[in-house]
Design a protein around this ligand. Sequence first.
Ligand code: PMP
Length: 416
Amino acid sequence: MIEATDRKQEAIVADFPILAKLTSRGKRLVYLDSAASSQKPRAVIQALVDYYENDNANIHRGVYELAARATDAFESARAKVARFVNAADTAEIIWTRNTTEAINLVSFSWGLANLGPGDAILTTQLEHHSNLVPWQLLAAKTGAELRFIPADRDGVLALEHLDDLLAGVKLVALAHISNTIGSIAPLDVIVARAHAAGAVVLVDAAQSVPHMPVDVQALDVDFLAASGHKMCGPTGIGFLYGKRALLEAMPPFLTGGDMIKRVSYETTTYNELPWKFEAGTSNIADAIALGAAVDYLSDIGMDWVRAHEIRITAYALAQLRAFESRGLAVYGPPRAEDRAGVISFNLGDIHAHDLASILDTEGVCVRAGHHCTMPLMEKMGWPATARASFYLYNTEEDVDALIHALEKAAQVFRLT
Ligand code: PMP
């Protein structure tokens, strides 16, 4: 069993051409920044090349064979994404550039149409700026109040006062997984209580859809946003899932070509779902390549991806803890099973940017800074953290390389 897992792991690493490259210092590339963006397997890169070499044409309006082929590939990628998150209906998947645009779509379309003074939006203290700034702006525009579910030191949401916080709330918007400390939100509890209070729930799934099985019907979420580039797909493509009845009732977000049914000089009727929300020429090639990424992940199996990340995270947590006596602080839930493969840390009083630069000299890529969660960093009292994040192609060897690079940093800064 272990051997089979090892063989699968080796085959996965070999699927990602960039992982075979050396850094300019001749080091093996140890990519521990998949929470920011994942690497791409050959099948995804090839899907882009194949599209441009064989099928490239604008979609939907063309009557010729080439345009029909491009349209079929584009719409079949949408169906793949729908199956991947178990949407009841392919028309519930709207292509966007990324998670950020998907959240803005809901804010501008659903939010402006449904919120007013006296209403409230409930989010959490853990959110990425993408799932905070749109709601600040919406609250300012509509007169709605913005409230926060508090989080503890490990990034665990405090739900004792959830029912009080939900009074008057029309929208709950929260991240499934914190991109800074890796905690996982108890969506089962929050979604049920939000619905009981009459609120609609939007989940920022930027860090969950790439890393674990996500079933929008089982979770019973109303909206869910994700980015292709974090799930082995290209940049510039992401999606919004929305329940059909909500999407049907919403006004368009962006307007222009493709999202119309009929236009006169005076007025316009809008296209059916999902195209009502897809104005202008879509990012056809990247949508098709995201379909290839979904095929790739589905072939491996999202249960395997999650189990693998728990294994690597458990190993990393154990190795990092052995470093605690040397001044390493590790943040987030203590048990790998309770968190995602995202580990934020600081070493002594070394600034996270300096630490990341030293790790880089050893070929180890980690992110450093506020991770687009400035209010959370301020609340925790962390000027910055270094963050290692894992994906299906990371190995225990990568974790060992991280620990070795931390040894070097400790020596450089004389922490030993
Ligand atoms: N939400 C979370 C939790 C994220 O981790 C990220 C990306 N770091 C985003 C939203 C924004 O994703 P994108 O930049 O692809 O829109």
